[in-house]
Design a protein around this ligand. Sequence first.
Ligand code: ADP
Ligand code: TRP
Length: 343
Amino acid sequence: MHPEKSAKKQGVETARVLSGIQPTGRIHWGNYFGAIRQCIDLQTAGEAFYFIADLHALTTLHEPARLRSLVHDAAVDLVALGLDPERATLFVQSDVPEVTELAWLLMTVTPMGLLERCHAYKDKKVKGLTADAGLFTYPVLMSADILAYDATVVPVGEDQVQHIEVCRDLAGAFNHLYGPVFTLPKPRLVEGSARVPGTDGQKMSKSYNNTLDIFADPATQKKKIGRITTDSRPVEEPKNPEEDHLYQLYSLVATPADRLAMADLYRRGGFGYGEVKKAILEAATNFFAAAHSRRGEIEGDAGRIEGILAAGALRARAKAQEVLARAKLACGLTRVKMPGRPV
Ligand code: ADP
Ligand code: TRP
């Protein structure tokens, strides 16, 4: 049997994993439990490409010094959280210019209506805000990010699934016109934390100012946990843990045994939310202790981080160049196929 077929049959097909994170603020629990943790788990599942999406960040962030420092912080944070640059290719999006060229090719097969339905643009329009073409075409650049590396698996939180659907549509449209150029990717969600709640119970997001940041200093973290919203039901009343965002946040960082004990306490009643908040702070401190100490070791070593990003960009570019060349050849932008004409 063909080796690839037999691998597929046994379900051991190796994945090419890819994900990106925008450097628009410090990494929060939603980013970590929704996406980054599975990226780290998957870095041994096959080839892995992870990048810091600075081009996407330009759609909302217009402060050069802040952008530069957030890109650096994101790289330090990811390595501190366990991303291993020996196993995964870690790079900065704008270091691979092939992606923006590919985005243009995809733009020519993108129906306007498809982008009009995408939530980042739609939400802004509904609020009466003016959106620029960068935000409107955001999903096309994201599609290029994914297709440039022949990614098969894209670990993300729930909010990004729509963009991956767009990516599949565009890849399908291009392939339909020009032949099998692009590999169609699939999103990968983590059950239970595809939508981590913020301190106000809505989806945790940098744009809602409701985040718990992983590397916040202890005093800020304590203050933020203290401000998690709660309801006003009496202490004695039994409560359903699954319906409470305080419990959901606790369960992300608690040990399995502590989580079960807390769920029991909820069902029995007779506890105050203050106790739960104290438990969250303690559990989070333990959960992220190793990452904090690793961050302490690497944060001062800017040369090391820059070296990791430079090596990552080289590897990423080599792959993106290969895919871009394939796409250009297929759609007629390269003349090598013309008989009698020099390359
Ligand atoms: P934000 O919404 O704070 O700007 P990003 O858009 O930069 O976060 O998200 C980076 C990654 O983290 C994406 O894969 C996204 O789906 C995931 N993510 C962000 N917020 C959450 C959340 N509250 N729950 C689960 N995943 C999330
Ligand atoms: N849009 C993603 C976010 O806001 C970031 C991102 C950009 C991304 N390009 C990507 C994620 C490609 C996965 C794959 O979170």
